[in-house]
Ligand binder design. Structure first.
Ligand SMILES: [Zn+2]
Length: 310
């Protein structure tokens, strides 16, 4: 039993505590050894809010199964406990996620390890921090407690929603580390819904839209880029933390991960490889970033804007 894994358990249907207990019992029956269990946490549903609260727990296990075998066993257990999955992110009897499998990194369509939503979920990081605070995320290269602190800090920061006309602003805000939802195909109703449900601040130059009911919006008067940034930062009394610069993918907004120089060698021009030592990657877009021209431009823009703001 050599492989150290962490599993996330969640239930929000029926006797939730009993579901967690049964899941663990079935794992043990399959020769998976539970060596540590976190406290059980109660959490509000994250994506689909018209449902009951979840009970969540993280367990540390040891197993001889390979990742695929483990995944198969977990699916069987979920089926056995009659998991209902009519709505994506909707109610379920039991949900078992493989969070970590040692320090393995696996990226396949049906299996992604480490689980890619760990860093945005307090209900996963909190219990992980409790039972394995020093465990290092193989991609983000930070301990569970560091990631938890980072997420708490992140959650206190303003989150944005940009309308279709503000793509350049969305990109800039992401580059400076802010969470931004930006989808040029989203219609006004969807923007209003997201703003009221998630508390994101909608940035828009559409006065009518900014006045809609239940919306958290900032109507932007400025028509040009720098003025817009200045307006947003002044009106919302925001500041930029220098260490957040280039922490998110400008295309999709996902957090970037550090990646070894040798791992990117084949995918970048040799000149870049020779000139740079630090690389970051967006797992979702599979794009590699380094502190090149784009970074320098952004950094200069940041310095200029910082001066204006102070
Ligand atoms: Zn991306």
């Amino acid at each position: 039993m050599n492989n150290r894994c962490f599993l996330g358990l969640g239930s929000n249907l029926g006797d939730k505590k009993e579901n967690l207990r049964k899941a663990k019992e079935l794992l043990i029956q399959k020769n998976i050894k539970i060596i540590n269990e976190s406290t059980i946490y109660e959490t509000k549903p994250m994506y689909y809010s018209e449902q009951d609260n979840f009970l969540n727990q993280v367990i540390e296990v040891k197993t001889d199964y390979q990742p695929d075998e483990l995944l198969e066993i977990i699916s069987e257990i979920e089926k056995k406990l009659k998991r209902v999955r009519k709505i994506k992110y909707g109610p379920r009897t039991i949900d078992i996620d493989i969070l970590f499998y040692g320090d393995k990194i696996i990226m396949r369509e049906n299996l992604i390890i480490p689980h890619h939503r760990i860093i945005e979920r307090e209900f996963v990081l909190e219990p992980l921090c409790e039972i394995a605070g020093d465990f290092i995320h193989p991609e983000h290269r930070k301990t569970m407690c560091e990631l938890k602190e980072e997420l708490i800090r992140e959650n206190r920061k303003t989150k944005f929603l940009c309308d279709a006309m503000l793509g350049d602003i969305a990109e800039w805000l992401r580059l400076t580390g802010f969470f931004v939802f930006y989808n040029p195909d989203a219609d006004d109703n969807e923007l209003v819904r997201l703003s009221s449900e998630k508390g994101y601040i909608l940035l828009t130059r559409d006065k009518e839209l900014s006045k809609r009911k239940n919306i958290n919006a900032l109507y932007i008067e400025s028509k040009e880029f720098k003025g817009t940034i200045r307006e947003i930062f002044k009106k919302l009394k925001l500041s930029i933390d220098e260490k957040d610069i280039f922490s998110r993918c400008p295309i999709c907004g996902e957090k970037l991960i550090d990646i070894d120089k040798d791992e990117v060698k084949l995918f970048i021009p040799i000149r870049i490889y020779e000139e740079h030592d630090k690389f970051k990657m967006c797992r979702k877009c599979e794009k590699i970033y380094w502190k090149g021209e784009k970074y320098k431009n952004l950094y200069n823009q940041y310095l200029e804007i910082k001066d204006i703001l102070e």
